[in-house]
Write a new protein. Structure first.
Length: 189
């Protein structure tokens, strides 16, 4: 009899705790699918979830979800994470005074370390396959990775870099000839 009363009391306490937890739940915006930094945020990449949120945690309320669509991810967003203020931006890529240049690089033209959006890189002109490195001055262009594509069947990886606008035409021409190599600079900032 005592055990029955104890079970009933414990059940009532568990129900009260569950009810109070639901009462403190808020609807907030979460990420449904991975969105790389710089990519446009779509309605399909977001979802509204209802969770109990610690007041110390800053999250984006569900009412603001529609305002996020069409903006760009300011950081890499992973599926399942809660969206925090500042995770998306209206900033356009490429930025003012800069240009985006597409590169198609083989494994021999770039480091084996996987590139990520935001990496600081230098693109170096290379001599022909029979050329002597010391005989011609190297042309070096600094840039930032703004997109990395999937490796293609031919082994090349498409990469888009943002460089100074006046350097873009020469870099595009060198890229088309295939006579470039990419150097990844330190990620420590």
């Amino acid at each position: 009899m005592v055990a029955s009363v104890l079970i009933i009391v414990l059940g009532a306490l568990a129900s009260a705790w569950a009810y109070s937890s639901l009462g403190n739940a808020q609807e907030v915006v979460a990420v449904r699918t991975d969105v790389a930094r710089g990519q446009v945020v779509t309605a399909a990449s977001l979802q509204v979830v209802r969770i109990g949120v610690d007041p110390a945690l800053q999250v984006v309320p569900a009412a603001q979800a529609s305002a996020l669509v069409g903006q760009r991810a300011a950081v890499d967003l992973k599926a399942g994470q809660l969206l925090v203020p500042g995770a998306v931006t209206a900033e356009v890529v490429p930025r003012q005074g800069r240009s985006a240049v597409g590169l198609s690089l083989t494994a021999a033209q770039m480091p084996s370390e996987p590139l990520v959006v935001g990496d600081q890189v230098r693109i170096v002109s290379t001599p022909g396959s029979q050329g002597d490195v010391g005989s011609t001055p190297l042309v070096v262009t600094s840039g930032e990775v703004i997109a990395v594509g999937e490796s293609r069947p031919d082994g090349a990886t498409p990469i888009t870099v943002e460089v100074e606008a006046d350097k873009a035409p020469e870099l595009a021409a060198r890229s088309a000839s295939g006579r470039i190599a990419l150097v990844l600079d330190s990620r420590v900032r």
